[in-house]
Design a protein around this ligand. Structure first.
Ligand SMILES: Cc1cc2nc3c(=O)[nH]c(=O)nc-3n(C[C@H](O)[C@H](O)[C@H](O)COP(=O)(O)OP(=O)(O)OC[C@H]3O[C@@H](n4cnc5c(N)ncnc54)[C@H](O)[C@@H]3O)c2cc1C
Length: 435
């Protein structure tokens, strides 16, 4: 299919924010094109969590049965395994409702499901291998009538990663959903305020054996923090390191790393002789937390990680990005229905609605970074190797289980869950049953 040269809404990035927004705008009966720079959604580093409020949203969109047909695991409590025993942080069974859990599904399966649903709507187009390289802007003039920078955004320039050809796509509205390194945000001259983070993450796989325990783990011991996500025949692992420690730790060698893994999770020892095979298989994921002061310009809206990069703490970034997309679709529909450019006041309303939930969730991540993660990284037990104790907030939660519903709600539902607008809702059809 040839890519459009003109559309009503151009969405840059086919991550959770971009694909949900694409589906909803298409269901509003508005022409929309999503440009995604990769050929597929198969990226290891995508988070796997689908939260309670997103599960409800999928039901409302008629996609619940199709989602349920994807092989998945369920998390009903958020806990960390310390030397002193498990520390329960959130008990999701206290949430009530239809989905008192978080589903663990490879994100590429969720994105493919959204792509299939959106492609059934007239006016929707997903262009893969399409890397956006710049913005098209109206010529602007200053008070003297001279040319100036920064006219209304009128579309994007993009390059095919298949054949290197250059294209333009004109649009009445461009929505940047291109993640935390957002090239569109940079091209627009928008700079986020960064909040710093004490950690980075090493991301790698280990083989999974049939007699391994089920489910996900967060294992904490002697200044080390290992997250393990069960992906069937392998474990997707995240090993938290101090920010900036990557080069030093790599210089210590692979055997030293394998020995540390065996020390914190001894039942892994039987496969650490050959895994991870090399440091090339251990990817450094740079953890960032930042936020734009202004999420819009005339003709441009920025949402999801592009507007507010999220840390992996709590696994909440996907949910927040999706909530932004739903709020944006609801606010945009009347203006998109009228034709012509979308007034900036509408874009401003999207930011106003999603601002405080974003500030609240990022505040929670900052508190967890400095109050929990940094303490864990600092607590190597000293020479006496004293077993790692839970930091105070975790001890309080373990001691008073009644409090565990609060972090559960905060993580699994979020501060301002958005619901599908009535016009976007569908009953599940034959194609939505996963068959
Ligand atoms: C290590 C790590 C682990 C995480 N784990 C979790 C987790 O388990 N659960 C959770 O909820 N959150 C997690 N997060 C946060 C989460 O990944 C993000 O908050 C979420 O992905 C944001 O969604 P998004 O759609 O805004 O952006 P993204 O998911 O980043 O999607 C952006 C999309 O834009 C595309 N793109 C980028 N540039 C261009 C371009 N120039 N042209 C076209 N397309 C482009 C990208 O290919 C990508 O598909 C994690 C973050 C990190 C760093």
């Amino acid at each position: 299919m040839a890519a459009n040269e003109r559309t009503r809404v151009a969405i840059v990035g086919g991550g959770p924010a971009g694909m949900f927004l694409g589906l909803l705008v298409a269901r509003a009966g508005v022409a929309v094109t999503v440009l995604e720079k990769h050929a597929d959604f198969l990226r290891d580093f995508r988070g796997d969590t689908v939260h309670s409020s997103t599960l409800t949203l999928l039901d409302e969109l008629g996609l619940g049965p199709a989602f349920a047909a994807i092989p998945q695991r369920r998390i009903t409590s958020v806990s960390a395994q310390l030397d002193s025993g498990p520390a329960i942080i959130g008990d999701l069974t206290r949430l009530g409702g239809t989905h008192p859990h978080i589903a663990l599904v490879p994100q590429w399966d969720l994105l493919e499901l959204l792509a299939r649903a959106a492609e059934r709507e007239p006016g929707f187009q997903l262009v893969r291998n399409a890397e956006v390289t710049g913005l098209l802007r109206e010529a602007a003039t200053n008070d003297d009538g001279a040319a100036a920078d920064g006219g209304r955004v009128t579309g994007v320039a993009w390059r095919s990663r298949e054949d290197g050809s250059e294209h333009t796509l004109e649009a009445d509205l461009v929505v940047a959903c291109d993640g935390r390194w957002s090239p569109v945000r940079d091209a627009a001259g928008l700079t986020p305020r960064t909040f710093g983070a004490p950690m980075d993450l090493w991301w790698f796989r280990l083989p999974r054996r049939p007699d391994d325990p089920d489910g996900g783990f967060g294992r904490v011991s002697h200044g080390q923090f290992l997250i393990m996500i069960d992906r069937g025949d392998y474990w997707q692992c995240g090993y938290i390191i101090r920010k900036g420690a990557d080069a030093r730790l790599r210089a210590e060698g692979l055997d030293a790393f394998r020995a540390r893994l065996a020390a914190i999770q001894p039942w892994l020892a039987d496969r650490l002789g050959e895994a991870p095979p090399s440091f090339d298989d251990v990817k450094l994921l740079d953890v960032r937390l930042d936020r734009l002061e202004r999420w819009h310009l005339p003709g441009l809206l920025v949402i999801g990680d592009a507007a507010h990069a999220m840390s992996p703490v709590g696994g909440v970034g996907i949910n927040l990005a999706i909530q932004d997309a739903v709020a944006a679709a609801r606010a945009l529909r009347p203006a998109l229905g009228r034709g012509g450019p979308v007034p900036e006041s509408v874009l401003q309303a999207v930011q106003r609605r999603r601002w405080w939930p974003t500030v609240a969730v990022q505040g929670f991540q900052q508190a967890a970074h400095w109050g929990v993660v940094r303490r864990i990284l600092d607590d190597d037990g000293g020479a006496s190797r004293v077993p790692t104790r839970a930091p105070l907030p975790l001890r309080v939660l373990s001691r008073y289980p009644v409090l565990q519903g609060l972090p559960a709600r905060f993580v699994a539902v979020g501060p301002l869950p958005e619901h599908a607008p009535r016009w976007a809702r569908r009953k599940p059809g034959p194609l939505d049953s996963g068959s």
